[in-house]
Design a protein around this ligand. Structure first.
Ligand code: NAD
Ligand code: ZN
Length: 351
């Protein structure tokens, strides 16, 4: 679990005090900041820089890749030798990038070698996560999802979690409506998949139920988006992440990982595209999802796999079926007899 967290509107301004005791003399703090904030002085000017501290703006048009993580690690080691810490400011992409770069500062080789479960052997450098978009739960989870040469899969380990998280709901204000909806739906889908999974236990259930209640509050019961919505969704994201920390996600994630690997579909929108067709697995959750889509006037892309070749379908299917823990959580130990390559292909063709 994340050992230290502060929450509150304006808490971003506590960052200077938070970082001061963690500074190693001569070693800078590195701020990985989503490039969307590059022109926004209201945020950038409040980053407490000192000495050789450096801001690196990251373009998140593509979700984080193992190659990108390796290149950043090599650059920081070459330029500074060591760093006091890595601070990520952005959505789930930046959360994962910051977690992964901080880990790779203390690990040899490529981050692709560590895609999987419990392959990292030691802590990374000090890392702080500051989310600017709510839903993925990446600020709290024990994984850093990366696209590598062979698969899209996280660096899952007890060392992956941030050392400190700053939850300031004011930072999520102004996120584009569609993006906010799709990343919010990622949280909602985490809850449905966790609460309906075979891995569920009392720990996951308590967090999952709270997160689902908060998602339904902002997306079903409220009619307008306001500060209260930003606050509620930030806590939904946290609870949703906590819920899957002790259980797993399910069918929507397993299917959308395959799609993301082949078509580059982003996580939130990819899950929504898939979830739309999963009545068979999550009837009640999908029904409410349709209500939310209608309420917020969201246009969901359709026929995204229409132009796929057989080879592309085969890759999607193999990446997806490779996510064994997700399928086992969703369908039980006998999942391989339930979700066959043929059935999965039919599902992709529908989308
Ligand atoms: P994102 O981080 O990819 O950002 C999406 C878009 O929103 C970008 O264009 C970004 O510039 C913009 N943005 C972010 N904050 C903004 C703000 N405040 N104002 C305006 N624009 C803003 O989106 P996401 O959905 O948060 O994250 C998706 C990533 O999270 C994927 O890479 C996915 O694999 C990962 N993920 C990780 C976990 C985990 O547990 N580690 C869980 C789910 C998803
Ligand atoms: Zn997700």
């Amino acid at each position: 679990m994340v050992p230290r967290v502060i929450y509150g509107r304006g808490s971003f301004d506590d960052l200077c005090d938070i970082l001061a005791p963690k500074r190693v003399p001569g070693a800078p703090f590195i701020f990985l900041v989503d490039a969307v904030f590059a022109g926004r002085e209201s945020l950038v000017e409040r980053i407490p820089l000192s000495g050789r501290d450096t801001i690196i703006f990251i373009n998140t048009a593509d979700e984080p890749k193992t190659k990108q993580v390796d290149a950043l690690r090599d650059r920081l080691c070459g330029e500074f030798g060591t760093v006091s810490g890595i601070i990520g400011i952005g959505g789930g992409s930046i959360m994962d990038l910051a977690k992964a770069v901080g880990l790779m500062m203390t690990h040899e080789g490529s981050s692709a070698q560590y895609q999987g479960w419990d392959l990292l052997k030691r802590p990374g450098v000090y890392r702080v996560g500051i989310p600017t978009l709510s839903g993925t739960g990446a600020e709290v989870s024990r994984t850093a999802v990366l696209t590598g040469p062979e698969r899209k899969l996280g660096l899952n380990s007890d060392y992956t979690t941030f050392d400190q998280v700053v939850l300031d709901p004011a930072l999520t204000k102004g996120a584009p409506n569609n993006q906010r909806f799709f990343t919010g739906m990622d949280c909602y889908i985490h809850c449905i998949e966790s609460l309906n999974g075979t891995y569920l236990n009392a720990f996951s259930k308590s967090y999952g139920e709270k997160a689902q209640e908060l998602c339904e509050y902002v997306f079903l019961h409220k009619d307008t988006w306001d500060d209260d919505s930003d606050e509620a969704l930030m806590m939904a994201s946290w609870h949703g992440g906590m819920s899957i920390a002790y259980s797993q996600v399910g069918v929507a994630h397993a299917v959308s990982y395959g799609m993301a690997f082949v078509l580059g579909t982003h996580h939130g929108i990819g899950n929504a595209i898939v979830f739309n067709y999963l009545e068979e697995y999550y009837p009640e959750g999908v029904r409410k999802f349709h209500d939310m889509i209608a309420k917020w006037g969201i246009d969901l892309p359709r026929h995204v796999c229409a132009a796929c070749t057989d080879k592309q379908f085969d890759t999607m299917i193999s990446v997806s079926l490779g996510m064994a823990p997700l399928w086992e959580n969703a369908l039980g130990k006998d999942w391989q007899h339930i979700m066959t390559a043929k059935k999965l292909r039919q599902l992709y063709e529908q989308m």
